[in-house]
Design a protein around this ligand. Structure first.
Ligand SMILES: [Zn+2]
Length: 275
């Protein structure tokens, strides 16, 4: 069984026992959409059952918000789905490394799965901001969201007003930057326009709690930008960054220190500073 973080007539947000990773199932009159089915075999089975129950011959899509291994781990458990992801996801040269991460993780944790591990083959490729997929009265609008990694994607589901954000705008993690801090900031610059162009009622993040109002979403954006700006400023000026103060807002200082150190390394490289 998976824990359910949120449920209404159209939307179920499942939450894995691991890293509070969300898997979302959205049912409209026109489609069934599953987002980032993830982590443990019994959690994946729970999603399979839900899809089976709710399918009713509707077109079935699986959306990958990005290619980090924890988000694509359940891909082949949903063989009848049409897959949605970004062009950068399709072009990702790191796919073998990602598959190795899944295999290593399963091995380290004695996990056996009853489906193969594979890199998703994409049917609906998203190439540009504002690209839409319309099925009946349901519209999906996409925005490219690189920065955290290279191939992130924001998806707005209308008329439900749901924003699927992947690993951005989390309330439990500061920005984890694997790709580019500048791209991350450019992606955050899309938040306000998205909020003006769409009637957003709910934001679903890849790890942590959904946000149900605009002010919460904007606060998460501001927190993300502040973290990046503060870190860059401290590195540029060789001033200490107050990690302990940052950790007052978060819960897992040991592992998060490692992600923070990763950000330090990446931004130093961007600034042309070497350790
Ligand atoms: Zn993630």
């Amino acid at each position: 069984m998976s824990a359910i973080q949120y449920k209404d007539a159209n939307i179920t947000v499942y939450e894995s026992a691991l890293f509070r990773t969300t898997s979302t199932l959205i049912e409209t009159d026109d489609i069934l959409l599953l987002v980032d089915p993830n982590w443990l075999p019994n959690e994946i089975e729970c999603l399979q059952l839900a899809v089976h129950r709710q399918r009713n011959n509707k077109p079935f899509f699986v959306l990958f918000t990005h290619s980090d291994y924890d988000h694509i781990i359940g891909y082949r458990a949903f063989s009848t789905a049409q897959i949605i992801a970004s062009q950068a996801f399709v072009d990702n040269k790191g796919r073998n490394k990602i598959l190795e991460q899944i295999k290593d993780w399963d091995d380290e944790n004695y996990i056996r799965r009853n489906y193969p591990i594979d890199y998703p083959s994409v049917d609906v490729v998203i190439r540009a901001d504002g690209q839409q997929l319309k099925i009946g009265a349901t519209t999906l609008t996409f925005y490219l969201a690189p920065g955290h990694n290279v191939d992130g994607l924001f998806t707005i589901v209308e008329p439900l007003g749901v924003w699927i954000a992947g690993d951005y705008l989390s309330n439990i993690e500061f920005p984890y930057i694997y790709h580019s801090s500048l791209a991350y900031e450019q992606t955050m610059a899309k938040v306000t326009p998205i909020l003006s162009n769409h009637m957003i009622k709910m934001l679903i993040t890849g790890h942590g709690d959904i946000a149900l109002d605009k002010s919460d979403i904007l606060k998460r954006k501001e927190d993300s930008i502040k973290y990046i700006t503060d870190l860059r400023t401290s590195l540029k000026n060789e001033l200490p960054f107050d990690f302990e103060k940052l950790m007052k807002a978060y819960h897992f200082p040991k592992i998060m220190k490692q992600f923070h150190e990763g950000n330090v390394k990446l931004i130093k490289k961007e600034l042309g500073l070497f350790q």
